[in-house]
Design a protein around this ligand. Structure first.
Ligand SMILES: Cc1cc2nc3c(=O)[nH]c(=O)nc-3n(C[C@H](O)[C@H](O)[C@H](O)COP(=O)(O)OP(=O)(O)OC[C@H]3O[C@@H](n4cnc5c(N)ncnc54)[C@H](O)[C@@H]3O)c2cc1C
Length: 495
C-alpha cells in the first residue's frame, strides 16, 4: 500500500459532472484530485447538449470558447414527429427571451471529444487528474467519509484522504450506496435503448440541419443526432413491453426497428452503418431511469448520473450532471471557506438538484402521452415550471435547461467576468502579504473575512456595472441560501 496522500476533495469519475465540479473547486485554490478509470478520449453516449450547459456552465469553467472552436454542429432546437399531429414540428431556442441570442443554441457533440476538453480544462485550472485509476471503495471514519481507496494502472493500491469525496462515476457507480440511500428505479420510464452510428444520413432543411430529430413510432421513439456533416447517432428507445424486439442479433434488431419508422428509414435510405472504431458497435442500455434516496452524507456527495437520471428524450443528462456539479461545488467552496455550515450548504445543493430533476421528470411523464398535441405539451411545461412566460416560451426554457432561471445558466458571461475580476483584484491585493516562500495562498482564500471582503467588492462592482437591478437572486426555498455574485459560493440572502 502506497503512503496515504491528502486532498481537500477527491472526485471519482472524469465525465462532464466530475470535470466541472473539480474545476469549480480548484478555481478557488483548493487541492483537488480526480480519479478516472479510463484513459481519455473514451466513448460515452449523451451527445445532444442544452444551451444552459454550453453558454452557462462551460463559460463559468472557462471552456466556452474552446467548445465553440471545436467544430461541433450547431443545435438551434429540436424537431419532433411526436404526439397526435402527424407532421413534424420544430421548436427553436431563440423563441425564449431567457435564452435570447447570442446564446440561443447548443451543440451536438462527440462525447469522446467534449469530455476530453472538459477533463483537460480541469487539469489546466490545477486539478490533479489521474487516468487509468479505478476507485474501489470509500474510507469511513467516525460517521464521515474521509477518502477513497483506488487501484492505479500498474495494479498498485492507494488510500487517499480528503475532506470531501464526490461520486461522479455515472450510472455504473459502485460507490453511491456509501451515502446511505438506495437507488430507486422509475416505474414509468422503464425503456431500453439500442443505438449505433451511420455515415451519409440525410439532414433536415436549413436552418435546422443541426437539430435533434425525435420521432415516435409504434414501439417507442428514435433519436437522430447529426454529429458532423456525414456522421449521425441513431438510437431506438423501446418500451419494456417490446423488449423482445431488441433481443437476439443487435444489427438485425436495429434494422427491423428502423424499418418500422418511415421518417427515420427515409433519412437513412442512402446511409451505411459505421462498423469500425468507437462507433462500430451497436450498444444497448436499460434500467437507466432512477434516483437515489439520498444525495449526500457527511464527507460525501453524489452528482450527475451517480445520483439520478430521468430519460434521454430532452437531452437533460449532461445538463443535470454539470448543473449538479455547480450546485455541489458552491456547497464545498462555502464549507471549505468557513462561510456556511456543512448541513445547510449540502441541503441547499440537494434541494435544488432534486427540484431540477423533478421538473424534467414531471414534464417528461406528460410528454410520453402520445395522444396529445404540442400545445398541450407547452401548457404542461408552463404548469410544471410555474413560469410566467407564454406556454411555448416555458417549454423552450425547460428543454433549454434554463427553467431554474439561475444567473449562472443564463448570464454566465457576467458571472465569469465578475469571478475573473474579483479574483485578479484580490490576488493583486494580497500578493504583497502572501507567503512568498511557498506561494500558497489557499488559506487566504478560505478566510471568511477575505471572502466577505470579496463579496462586498463584487457587490460594489456589480452595482456599478448593472445598476440597482443587479440584485441577488431570491432563495428558492424558505430560509434557503442564494448563489454569491460570482456564482461560486452560497450566501445567506441579504448578507
Ligand atoms: C440511451 C441514452 C441516451 C442519452 N442521450 C443523451 C443526450 O442526448 N444528451 C444528454 O445530455 N444526455 C444524454 N444521456 C445521458 C448522459 O449519457 C449522462 O447523463 C451523462 O453522461 C452523465 O454524466 P456524468 O458525468 O454524471 O457521468 P459519465 O459521463 O457516465 O462519466 C462517469 C465517468 O466515471 C468513470 N468511472 C466510473 N466508475 C469509476 C470508478 N470506480 N473509478 C474511477 N472512475 C470511474 C467512467 O469511466 C466515466 O468516465 C443519455 C443516456 C442514455 C442512457
Amino acid at each position: 500500500m502506497a503512503s496515504s496522500e491528502e486532498f481537500d476533495v477527491v472526485v471519482v469519475g472524469g465525465g462532464p459532472g466530475g470535470s466541472t465540479l473539480a474545476a469549480l473547486v480548484a478555481m478557488q485554490g483548493s487541492r483537488v484530485l480526480l480519479l478516472e478509470q479510463e484513459f481519455f478520449p473514451r466513448y460515452q453516449i449523451g451527445e445532444s447538449l442544452l444551451p444552459s450547459t454550453v453558454h452557462g456552465i462551460c463559460r463559468l469553467i472557462g471552456v466556452a470558447d474552446e467548445i465553440a472552436q471545436a467544430g461541433f454542429p450547431l443545435k438551434r432546437g429540436g424537431t419532433f414527429r411526436w404526439g397526435a399531429r402527424p407532421e413534424p414540428w420544430t421548436f427553436s431556442f431563440s423563441i425564449s427571451p431567457t435564452l435570447a441570442a447570442p446564446t440561443s443554441f447548443a451543440y451536438q457533440v462527440e462525447r469522446a471529444k467534449f469530455d476530453h476538453i472538459l477533463l483537460n480544462n480541469a487539469k489546466r485550472v490545477g486539478v490533479d487528474v489521474r487516468e487509468g485509476c479505478t476507485v474501489n471503495d470509500v474510507l469511513d471514519e467516525s460517521d464521515r467519509v474521509c477518502g477513497v481507496c483506488y487501484t492505479d494502472p500498474e495494479g498498485g493500491q492507494h488510500d487517499v484522504r480528503a475532506t470531501y469525496v464526490v461520486d461522479a462515476s455515472g450510472n455504473k457507480s459502485r460507490l453511491h450506496q456509501a451515502v446511505g440511500g438506495v437507488r430507486k428505479y422509475s416505474e414509468f420510464f422503464r425503456s431500453l435503448a439500442l443505438f449505433g452510428y451511420f455515415e451519409g444520413g440525410k439532414r433536415l432543411p436549413e436552418p435546422n440541419s443541426g437539430n435533434i430529430l425525435s420521432v415516435a413510432f409504434g414501439s417507442g421513439w428514435f433519436w437522430y443526432i447529426p454529429l458532423s456533416e456525414t456522421l449521425t447517432s441513431v438510437g431506438a428507445v423501446v418500451r419494456r413491453e417490446d423488449a423482445k424486439k431488441i433481443q437476439g442479433d443487435p444489427e438485425q434488431a436495429l434494422k427491423a426497428l428502423i424499418a418500422e419508422c418511415p421518417l427515420i428509414s427515409d433519412h437513412l435510405s442512402a446511409a451505411t452503418r459505421v462498423t469500425e472504431g468507437q462507433y462500430g458497435q451497436i450498444r444497448v442500455r436499460k434500467d437507466y431511469s432512477y434516483h437515489n434516496t439520498r444525495f449526500w452524507r457527511p464527507g460525501m456527495i453524489l452528482i450527475g448520473d451517480a445520483a439520478c437520471f430521468v430519460d434521454p428524450v430532452f437531452s437533460s443528462g449532461v445538463h443535470l450532471a454539470t448543473y449538479s456539479a455547480l450546485l455541489a461545488a458552491r456547497s464545498i467552496n462555502s464549507i471549505l471557506a468557513g462561510t456556511v455550515e456543512e448541513k445547510p450548504a449540502l441541503e441547499e445543493f440537494e434541494a435544488r438538484y432534486r427540484r431540477e430533476y423533478g421538473v424534467f421528470y414531471e414534464f417528461l411523464t406528460a410528454f410520453y402521452e402520445m395522444n396529445r398535441d404540442e400545445d398541450s405539451y407547452f401548457w404542461q411545461a408552463k404548469k410544471v415550471t410555474g413560469n410566467t412566460h407564454t406556454e411555448l416560451e416555458s417549454f423552450v426554457e425547460l428543454v433549454g435547461g434554463a427553467s431554474s432561471r439561475e444567473f449562472a445558466l443564463t448570464q454566465a458571461s457576467d458571472l465569469a467576468d465578475r469571478f475573473r475580476s474579483s479574483s485578479a483584484e484580490f490576488a493583486g491585493a494580497i500578493d504583497t502579504i502572501a507567503d512568498s516562500a511557498t506561494g500558497n495562498m489557499t488559506p487566504m482564500f478560505r478566510s471568511s473575512i477575505v471572502r466577505q471582503a470579496m463579496q462586498e467588492g463584487g457587490q460594489v462592482q456589480m452595482r456599478a456595472q448593472f445598476g440597482a437591478s443587479a440584485g441577488q437572486e431570491k432563495p428558492v426555498f424558505q430560509g434557503g441560501l442564494v448563489p454569491s455574485l460570482d456564482g461560486m459560493f452560497w450566501v445567506v440572502p441579504g448578507e
